[in-house]
Design a protein. Sequence first.
Length: 298
Amino acid sequence: MPFRIEFSCVSREAAILPRFSGFVVRGLLLNMFRRVDVGVADRLHSGGEPKPYSVSPMRFRASGKTDKGFILAPNTPCSFSVRLLDDSYANLLIMSLAERGEFEVCGGTLTINSISVYHTSYEELISNSHATDAFILKFLTPTYFSKWGVDFHENFPQPVTVFTNLLKLWNAFSPIAFDKKSFREWVEKSIGVSGYHLRRSLKPIDIGRGRSVGGFTGWCAYKFFPNKEYNDRTNKEYLKLLYTLCKFGEFSNVGGNRTGGFGVIKFTPKEEKVNHTNPQKSSKKTQKRKTNQNTNKP
């Protein structure tokens, strides 16, 4: 069962956060697990791919900038989210939050003001999906795709790259799997890019161990183009699967370093009103089983 937990916090002391804070949030998540089970934290940190979580970078209003990053001033609100693709980890996270409502981050301390939890099931993601022949993906954080056997990354959201990446993640965690080969062939012959507005990050982001990567942000519109090889039933089934994968991608992120806050996406099907300058602003917000908890400082 996928979970998304959104944190609203306030800084107690000043902190300097790096230009891209996704890795900071990933560190916070692993430390939350470490409070209650060191073995789980180590396994999530060093285990193989794909990992059952993703995060979004921190959002806050910086009071200034240094050569090390952005200044988070005392008493400044900030927010971030973590996502779990396997609900077996949810109870551990709840135990950790019950134990302590503060985080140490980049020399400062964050106190949790409130937590919002959204969750659904893989079965519900499928049952609530329907065939749509056009949609937009908004790439909210830098996104890139690794290519097998080469040293360079793909920096354009080609349909077959995006959707086979999401299907791989889906099959890894969902009890309902789909055939990757036949789906890939259908995407290659039936889904095209009908428009896009993407920006490449000018300064690479440090990802540790002397490595740095860039990525693109913006939006890309996808459209279904019927192919005579496939009948209406097959097309309808795969279009519904595309819808499912895009909604799932809002929990999983997509592409390289998705566990560190890369590849955060927002899905907007064509029946929802879209502002092409910023599709996120005009999209409908649908959430599953939203619950709110107010967490006070212990």
